[in-house]
Design a protein around this ligand. Structure first.
Ligand SMILES: [Zn+2]
Length: 276
């Protein structure tokens, strides 16, 4: 049963429909049972439009990964095209009507982290480079801790309004009313395209729903180009505080130069290859 005090709650069951049929002779037949995990969605199904299968759904079911999924994650062609993680997600999500691109980033990250816990356990050891001096050092994550959702920390204040949809309306210094929404898996792909060129503008274009009532792409793109640095920063900061997030985030203190910061490790295919 889901524990309301604990948003990282997940439970397992098994898919007995795939169990082997009894054989008449020879050794006891193997049970080809593939466990299923019911995972709490960090978004709790908010922000998804009514037509979306996850609208107001607070859980999602995923299959435990097998050697077949390991093959997907190490498939060179898929890795080259940047499709390995998406193909992997398509295989483990039970509800075929939900694609990885339609998932909010917080929910997508939670599915990836849960899949790795189901596959290899909750300890994740990796190497990270210090952002200041580039010294590479070891870092260990407890993935259950990482699954804990960072809950929104925003209240109605001057120039910021929380809409009934969950989206946020921000008034910029030039009087524009900018509506923002949480990012989807497809937005991540757009932002990362062209080797991350113009990443801040792409990020803003993805998160902005409308500018003073204008919803068309061309107007939003022009508005983003004309957005002052202070407003750009405020919109991105509000975005980071206003919507739930899940990821490999951890405080980091460099052993070499004492640089103190918060690090976020990307959830790419390498996440599944670390030393066990
Ligand atoms: Zn350092």
């Amino acid at each position: 049963m889901r524990n309301n005090d604990d948003r990282i709650g997940s439970q397992s069951r098994t898919d007995s429909a795939s169990a082997a049929q009894a054989a008449t002779s020879g050794p006891t037949p193997l049970d080809f049972i593939r466990p299923i995990t019911v995972l709490s969605l960090p978004s709790e199904g908010k922000f998804y439009p009514e037509s979306h299968p996850l609208h107001n759904q607070d859980t999602i079911e995923i299959r435990q990964m097998t050697a077949a999924e390991e093959d997907v994650l190490t498939n060179r062609t898929l890795l080259k095209k940047g499709l390995a993680i998406d193909k992997f997600l398509e295989r483990i999500m039970i509800d075929c009507s939900v694609g990885p691109n339609d998932l909010l980033v917080c929910d997508k990250n939670a599915v990836l982290i849960q899949a790795r816990i189901d596959g290899y356990g909750p300890d994740y050891k990796t190497r990270v480079a210090c952002p200041a001096c580039q010294t590479v050092q070891k870092k260990k994550f407890n993935l259950y801790e990482c699954l804990r959702t960072t809950t929104p920390e925003i209240s109605d204040e001057e120039g910021i309004q929380i809409l009934s949809s969950g989206n946020i309306l921000i008034e910029t210094s030039n009087g524009w009313q900018v509506e923002i929404r949480p990012l989807l898996g497809s937005d991540e792909t757009t932002i990362a395209s062209n080797e991350g060129k113009n990443a801040i503008q792409r990020q803003l274009q993805s998160m902005i729903v409308s500018v003073s009532g204008h919803t068309d792409e061309v107007t939003i793109r022009k508005a983003v180009e004309h957005l002052g640095g202070v407003d750009s920063r405020r919109i991105r900061k509000t975005h980071a505080q206003a919507f739930p997030s899940v990821g490999l985030k951890s405080p980091f203190q460099c052993q070499q130069c004492d640089h103190d910061t918060e690090l976020e490790v990307p959830l790419n295919a390498e996440f599944f290859w670390a030393d066990l």
